[in-house]
Design a protein around this ligand. Structure first.
Ligand code: BG6
Ligand code: GLC
Ligand code: GLC
Length: 838
């Protein structure tokens, strides 16, 4: 007896371990770490392709922007309905989020009901599928006794690839997994849902956000773990999302901050990138699927396909005589007879072998002990490959995040969901182990979303709802700034009335229409060396201009800029002009021309009543200047006096020029058709060539004269009151010249930053910005400089576009004055000097 036992013992030892033949048969499915590193690198390259504007259209890995810009911060709140469509179960839910703050998160309560969806609906017409969705929603409201009268915000988890331009709009790119309802591809899924809800009727639902299940999973897990910046689904399908730097997302404007990107990694390999890893079984699974050639990576990884892969391997092994003594049953030949649940059961700890036997018997087979061990091993290899591939994909994403943030190590949490991950006994452990082995420098935590994705979808919706209501309030606040065509036409008409009244009036008028005593634009014969002095706003510019003989464009310019301190702008007139004389002295030294006694043009960018080219009485200061004893005085004289007081150099001030006039002249030197000069700077003003017959207040024998309109004063008589906002009133009241320059205060650089600051203050006080905290800095006048506006606003063609819209009969060219108005002032000086010499 003992001898017989010993013989059979040795005989069994001599027989091969049944897992070995499986290993040999499936060697292509057993991926080593170097292969995983290779796959990971390929996936990184695919991600780059999908993100870049040039290659995204053709990319296999779509990298879809989700418009979710942050993970939860605890301030989300509200009650939401939620729909979860695309996973193995279709669910309707109610999610209540109670607000917390920061690290202390609020509470979330959820109620859900699963509604079955038939195969016919998944393969039928999309409107019918969506009708079913909305009818289920209505049933849910009824069953849970939720009011039909009230408006309910709704979050929609839709787990298929959508191209989103907003949170509540997404075009379905293609179906995947087991759905292919007709008539939705290329259409807006949110609209399709809204239409279905309308068709069902009797509910007041506001669909606020649509999110992919990966995104919703990341948000769900992010609610409890602030490090969660990746969401992965290993379920019916497979996919991952993560927080990408916005500067890398070419398809979305803006560079600041992050946005969650739905990778749609299931499509990895659709362009052949994985061909050397694809087995004949993968090819068969793909060929028999509803979307052949598509979702290649998904078909190697996810629950819809794992059981089928195992069946095809077992079938082939049996046919080759490697299993069941070569016997094959009808059931084993039938698609779908081994499911992913079977795969999980076969790998169950302790009961796995028994489960395998039961499953095989159920399939009409008569397995030996070795057959059971071999089939169990097939399952292991197939599911192991799946977790290895997911690990390679994840390693690519985590490496990218690490590189994006220039970190050597990364602490991060991955939120995971899906039946494969949840129900397969070995899967999570294997996945975690491989990820950690591939990325030893990263501290990766995995969190299972045990409540599904709807909590996360509701959190996204809560943010969307808060943003929508904020946006509405912000829009309401800003509405008075948006002038429609009708209002602009009115302003145009009033400006015209103001210009005409100013031309006629000898006395004061809102639009002053000051004669400049400049009769021509330049003709190119101007020659010589001139000084141009330019006091315009916060700066004083001294310039030496040389016009070379015979060469129209051969002008040489040398200049120096001096900043005028506020105490000088607002001190005494004498001090101000002494300062200017000192700057001129410095410039003459700098240029080595102190003894030259050059003719000079003085650009003085404030309203002056001129009676000749070289005199001008300051009517009133504008733009923050209020030096005393200047208004009512001839500013040319004041400068001459200051130079005399210095007794150091001599200048021949030949012309007094407004900056608009200088600008017009400067541009007209380049383009003889230029007859309008516009300043949109610290102040706002325009000049133009007017027919002398229209200028009633002077009597000169010439055909035209340039008129400095001083249009900044429009509205000083109340004519703009209907478009002036409370913020403008505030800015005016706080200025050095309340009630004056009302048009200028609506348009120019000196005031725009202040207007924005007033708006920011108001929005903050209303709790719409900065969490309602008004800081001392924000309360400081002038803190928000106009240059910030130009940094924030890139919207620059507006002036030109609107001008064309309001004056369609005119063909206007805008020519920026490259060298400021100084060259123009020098040109005027040149002409005036020639006249003096004649
Ligand atoms: C569920 C989520 O828990 O998991 C769904 O709520 C998601 O949004 C699903 O689609 C994915 O897993 P499966 O296995 O159901 O496809
Ligand atoms: C499929 C879908 C994808 C989804 C995934 C998991 O891959 O295309 O959008 O996230 O399945 O459900
Ligand atoms: C102010 C001045 C005006 C000047 C304009 C642009 O409006 O009053 O003279 O042209 O600013 O600098």
């Amino acid at each position: 007896m003992l001898a017989v036992h010993l013989v059979s013992f040795f005989f069994s030892k001599l027989q091969e371990d049944p897992t070995k033949k499986v290993d040999r048969f499936l060697h292509a499915m057993r991926l080593h770490d170097d292969q995983l590193v290779d796959i990971s690198a390929r996936f990184q390259a695919e991600m780059k392709k999908g993100l870049s504007a040039e290659s995204s259209a053709a990319a296999a890995v779509k990298m879809l922007p989700t418009h979710v810009r942050s993970t939860p911060d605890g301030s989300e709140k509200g009650q939401f309905l939620a729909l979860d469509l695309g996973g193995s179960k279709f669910k309707v839910l109610q999610v209540k989020v109670r607000e917390g703050m920061g690290i202390r998160k609020g509470g979330v309560e959820m109620e859900e009901k699963v509604y079955p969806i038939s195969k016919e609906l998944l393969n039928g017409r999309a409107p019918e599928l969506f009708d079913h969705v909305s009818e289920s929603l209505k049933d849910f409201l009824h069953v849970k006794k939720i009011s039909l009268e009230k408006k309910h915000p709704l979050a929609f988890t839709f787990s298929f690839p959508c191209e989103q331009t907003r949170l509540d709009k997404g075009l379905l790119l293609s179906w995947s997994k087991n759905c292919r309802a007709r008539g939705l591809q290329g259409k807006d899924v949110v609209q399709a849902l809204r239409d279905a809800i309308d068709r069902t009727g009797g509910m007041d639902i506001e669909v606020l956000a649509m999110v992919n299940d990966t995104v919703a999973t990341m948000m769900t897990c992010g609610f409890d773990d602030q490090y969660c910046e990746v969401g992965v689904i290993i379920g019916t399908g497979t996919n991952a999302c993560y927080m990408e730097e916005l500067r890398h997302v070419d398809l979305v404007e803006g560079d600041e901050g992050r946005m969650c990107v739905n990778t749609e990694w299931g499509g990895f390999g659709d362009d052949g990138a994985l061909n050397d890893f694809i087995t004949e079984f993968d090819q068969d699974v793909d060929a028999a699927s509803i979307n052949p050639g598509k979702q290649i990576f998904e078909k190697m990884v996810s629950g819809l396909y794992l059981g089928e892969l195992v069946r095809l391997v077992v079938l082939k092994m049996a046919k080759r005589g490697l299993l069941f003594d070569g016997c094959v049953s009808d059931a084993l030949r039938t698609k779908g007879k081994i499911t992913t649940a079977h795969v999980a059961a076969m790998e169950e700890y302790k009961t796995g072998l028994k489960n395998t036997r039961d499953i095989l018997v159920e399939l009409g087979l008569n397995p030996s002990e070795d057959d059971c061990i071999a089939v169990q091993h097939v399952s292991t290899i197939v599911s192991f490959r799946s977790s290895n591939l997911v690990a390679a994909g994840l390693a690519a994403i985590l490496t990218r995040i690490k590189q994006n943030r220039h970190l050597r190590t990364l602490r991060i949490t991955v939120g995971v969901d899906g039946t494969v991950y949840k129900t397969h006994p070995q899967y999570p452990k294997r996945l975690h182990k491989v990820v950690r082995r591939l990325l030893p420098e990263c501290q990766v935590r995995f969190v299972l979303s045990d409540s599904g994705s709807s909590k996360g979808a509701a959190l996204v919706t809560a943010v969307a709802q808060r943003l929508a209501s904020r946006k509405q309030q912000v829009d309401d606040t800003l509405a008075p700034f948006r002038l429609n065509q009708e209002q602009l036409q009115l302003v145009k008409a009033r400006m015209r009335v103001g210009l005409e009244a100013g031309l006629k009036s000898k006395g004061p008028s809102a639009v002053k229409m000051l004669p400049s005593y400049v009769y021509h634009t330049p003709d190119g014969t101007e020659r010589g060396k001139y000084l141009a002095l330019d006091l315009g706003g916060t700066n004083f510019r001294a310039m030496l201009v040389k016009f070379k003989k015979g060469l129209q464009n051969n002008t040489r310019l040398y200049h120096k800029i001096y900043t005028i301190p506020l105490e000088i702008m607002q001190g005494t007139g004498e001090e101000l002009f002494d300062h200017l004389a000192q700057y001129v002295s410095d410039f003459l030294d700098y240029m080595g021309i102190k003894k030259a006694h050059l003719p000079a043009g003085f650009t003085f960018s404030f309203p002056c009543e001129q009676t000749a080219i070289d005199t001008g009485i300051l009517v009133s200061w504008t733009k923050g200047f209020k030096a005393t004893d200047c208004e009512g005085h001839d500013v040319v004289n004041m400068l001459r006096e200051a130079i005399k007081r210095r007794n150091e150099y001599d200048l021949d001030i030949v012309a007094l020029v407004n900056d608009t006039v200088g600008t017009m002249m400067s541009c007209a030197y380049e383009d003889p058709q230029c007859e309008v000069g516009l300043i949109a700077g610290t102040g706002s003003n325009v000049c133009y060539m007017e027919e002398l017959k229209n200028i009633e207040k002077i009597d000169v024998e010439m055909s035209k004269m340039c008129i400095n309109t001083e249009w900044g004063g429009l509205g000083d008589d109340g004519s703009l009151d209907d478009i002036i906002t409370p913020f403008d009133v505030e800015v005016d009241q706080n200025s050095v010249n309340p009630g004056k320059q009302r048009f200028e205060k609506l348009t120019s650089g000196m005031y725009l930053g202040e207007i924005v600051r007033q708006v920011l203050l108001d929005l903050t006080r209303g709790g719409l910005l900065f969490r309602g905290r008004v800081t001392e800095t924000l309360k400081t006048p002038g803190i928000f400089q106009t240059k910030y506006l130009s940094q924030i606003e890139s919207f620059s063609g507006v002036l030109q576009e609107t001008t064309r819209a309001l004056a369609p009969q005119c063909n206007v060219t805008f020519l920026p004055s490259e060298e400021g108005s100084g060259k123009g002032a020098a040109l005027i000086t040149a002409v005036a000097r020639q006249k003096q010499n004649c």
